[in-house]
Design a protein around this ligand. Structure first.
Ligand code: GDP
Ligand code: ZN
Length: 506
């Protein structure tokens, strides 16, 4: 079988299906020039890396498929996949695309020509070392980035710099292990001498330093995960405070039922919105019932309240919604103990307070005593976190200021923590994926075991052997991140997961 000694040549439509001005078909593999010769007979081959205008014909006929296509040829290995690649920029009519895709496998070639699997071009790029595994993950993020912050994050991690850092850490661990192993050999004929314990001391110091760097990386990666999956925002407040009204204002459409009857919002409704470039997941929650009213609460609503509390606990940012109420003594702001309890329970989360229904208050600003009352009933609330709003006035008074306050919090939450390393490095950490972060945590665990082993005086040779083994496992966790090196394991599984979200043609 002549097909067996060379890889398949793959082809696919790389642009979206349907009518468009231009459609790009990508081809990768040894049959590129055969396909060109079949589609564009009796013309000179395209110059590498130059745009060439060509008429495409159905192979073995003089029937024109596309009267004018731009053809681009990138000979391997300096191509996106590392193989010969050919790009055909066709007129984007669906019938033209269909005809060309049908004609490509009919080209005269001794190589097999097949339609590509999802992500197969990228898979070849990895196999030919054109891209690292973290770069491929970043590519997945680039393709799914929906907000400006997600775009910035994915672009930052698309360079090889992140992979290089993982490689650097792994090299450091391998070097440390090498030093320990020298110690094992050395101790074979004599007891540990001062010199050898000093050597061990140096290894321990180096491992401790690396552990600190890895910890910082994990903290930043978690911030990055928040950017990727969306910052979770939970609204809490008494029934009828205006949570649903506020949510609708923020989303800008009537997405959640707003009702004057207490307890309408029985379940948690999550909505994703772009706020100032941040992906935010908003959750409307059942109102937290106040005092005596709770006796009349039905079963379904109790369940709603339970879920609401759970949702608040899962949120990254908690928006406390208070409101002005008409009373016999005039308009007042009620701060229920239930709401204060929640604020106490979520201590450590970012909290922002809005006072809704400002339109009911004479004078548009919050009186000093109200601000003081909020500050004393919610100790720990940072200054500048209380906003007066009105959801039902036409312009939505105060809502823009509140949103700006929120965005400031988002920026603070997601800006990378710095350490001794340069700030650029920390920006890259933001792009680390959850998979990478979990493996770094695995690495840290091994380093912790290593440090536990070496904290006391090592007397036995076997102690050193165990400690060296911890370093080997730590290095393997890092090898799994890049998919290269000793102990990297099966990258196929990882690639499968990454490519699930890739489309055909990428
Ligand atoms: P939730 O139970 O906290 O979700 O409260 P809703 O959003 O359902 O609102 C309860 C009631 O308050 C509705 O009748 C709203 O029209 C009303 N409401 C909401 N925001 C304002 C506001 O800014 N001013 C006034 N006067 N009424 C409001
Ligand atoms: Zn509601």
């Amino acid at each position: 079988d002549p097909h067996h000694d060379s890889p398949n040549t793959i082809f696919a439509l790389s642009t979206a299906a349907g009518k468009s001005a231009i459609a790009v078909v990508r081809i990768s593999g040894p049959a590129c020039m055969d396909i060109f010769a079949s589609l564009c007979p009796s013309t000179s081959p395209p110059k590498p890396r130059r745009a060439t205008l060509r008429t495409l014909y159905r192979p073995h006929t003089n029937e024109i498929l596309d009267p004018g296509s731009i053809v681009l040829y990138f000979p391997g290995p300096r191509s996106v996949t590392g193989e010969d690649t050919l790009e055909l920029h066709l007129h984007g009519g669906p019938a033209i695309v269909r005809a060309v895709l049908g004609a490509i496998p009919q080209a005269h070639s001794r190589h097999r020509i097949v339609y590509a699997e999802p992500g197969e071009f990228t898979r070849r790029a990895f196999a030919n070392e054109r891209l690292t595994l973290p770069q491929i993950e970043a590519l997945g993020d680039i393709l799914s980035a929906a907000t400006e912050q997600q775009r910035i994050q994915s672009v930052r991690s698309s360079t090889s710099a992140l992979s290089q850092r993982y490689e650097g850490w792994r090299a450091a661990l391998i070097a440390a292990r090498g030093e320990l192993e020298a110690l094992i050999d050395f101790s074979e004929d004599q007891q540990f001498e001062t010199s050898s314990s000093e050597l061990l001391r140096n290894v321990v110091v180096a491992v401790e330093r690396l552990r600190g760097v890895l910890k910082g990386h994990v903290a930043n990666a978690m911030k990055g995960e928040m950017l990727r999956s969306g910052i979770s925002l939970a609204l809490v407040g008494a029934p009828n405070a205006g949570k649903s009204s506020l949510l609708n204002r923020v989303v800008g459409r009537e997405a959640v039922i707003v009702s004057g009857e207490a307890g309408t919002t029985r379940d948690v409704v999550d909505l994703s919105v772009d706020l100032g470039g941040f992906m935010v997941v908003l959750g409307d929650t059942a109102g937290l019932r106040v005092g005596d009213v709770a006796e009349g609460v039905g079963e379904i609503e109790k369940e709603g309240i339970k879920r609401a509390k759970k949702r608040v606990m899962e949120g990254d940012v908690v928006v406390v919604v208070l409101s002005v109420e008409e009373t016999a003594d005039g308009p007042q702001i009620k701060i229920s103990p239930e709401v204060c309890d929640v604020v106490r329970e979520v201590a450590g989360k970012e909290i922002i307070v809005v006072v809704n229904k400002m339109d009911l208050l004479p004078g548009a600003t919050l009186p000093r005593e109200v601000l003081d009352k909020i500050a004393t009933s919610m100790p720990g609330l940072p200054p500048g976190r209380v906003f007066g709003i009105s959801c039902t006035t036409e312009a939505g008074a105060g809502i823009q200021e509140f949103l700006n306050g929120l965005i400031t919090i988002f920026k603070e939450m997601t800006s990378p923590v710095s350490s001794s390393a340069s700030s650029d490095d920390w920006h890259e950490s933001i792009g680390a994926t959850e998979r990478q972060r979990l493996l770094v945590e695995e690495c840290i665990e091994s380093l912790d075991s290593f440090l536990a082993h070496t904290s006391s005086e090592l007397e036995e040779e076997t102690d050193v052997v165990v400690a060296a083994e911890e370093l080997r496992m730590a290095a393997e966790a890092l090898a799994k991140i890049t998919g290269r090196g000793e102990g990297a394991g099966d990258v196929e599984e990882v690639l499968g997961v990454v490519f699930e979200k890739f489309c055909v043609g990428k």
